[in-house]
Design a protein around this ligand. Sequence first.
Ligand code: SF4
Ligand code: SF4
Length: 305
Amino acid sequence: MENKSRRNFVKKLGVSIGAAGLVGGSSILSSCNQVETASGDTITLLTSSGNLVEVDKSQLKPAEMPSLSENQKRGRAGLPNRKWVMVIDLSKCRNARECMKGCQNHHQLRPEQHHINVLQMQDAEHTAPYYMPKPCQHCDNPPCTKVCPVNATFKREDGIVLIDNERCIGCRFCIAACPYSARVFNWFEPRDAEKYEGVTYNIEANVPQKKGTITKCLFSADRLRDGKLPTCVSSCPNGVYWFGDQNEDAVTNGTTHETTVFSKLIKDNAAYTIMEELGTKPRVYYLPPKDRAFPFQGEIEDNHS
Ligand code: SF4
Ligand code: SF4
């Protein structure tokens, strides 16, 4: 089903029961042409406009999901027997931002859009500032996928959290749910839109991008399928990124091409994941910014007084 007709479909539901884009409950509404006898048993649902509505349970039916294209099915399945993992060495990042540029080019992002951001950090007043690249954490327990009312964003077996822009209705519930601010909304037509006219949509790259839908870091799932490292990993000139397969317990450095044992790398260097107290179980590990061999040249604001 095309985007337009799916949106109309959801709109139609809204007319029938006064609620579109419903969240909560175990069923999603489908055809409302048939009028069932009210059971008297009601359920409270949240509409996409933020209102709570009481609906008789007899009006709830399993949604008729449109059949998925081969591209969509392949994108949902992921790569068999893999568990992708990323390690970011904060002691090596010197704010070159080549990861950001490479990612923007690969994913047809506008200048203000980023799947990965290099942040300027300082943990306490008397500690050294450092740079911190932050992509989607590809959480093993992702809050973002749980709130999507149309199953447009999902977690694959190989660890990647993906988005299907052909299903996304742009409600932005997932943006609100992500504690890492990893998701980006396509408010405008994508960059170089005319160049991508007629290009077949690739669910593993979110290209061509679609106005009114979500995008984010995908660990360059399309490149992994071709046996390549993610764009950010390959673009970095400073050896910051390691990427690999946790099942093989091996990660490769995108700059030096050296491969090492993942479990040893994170253990020997006291790696950590961010905001792990939330229970999100990120698949991105950070090596602490110790023994940095170059001066920090950013501008850290004094937030400690
Ligand atoms: S970082 Fe955010 S967008 Fe990425 S998987 Fe986790 S909750 Fe979802
Ligand atoms: S905006 Fe996010 S939550 Fe809403 S449909 Fe798109 S992927 Fe799902």
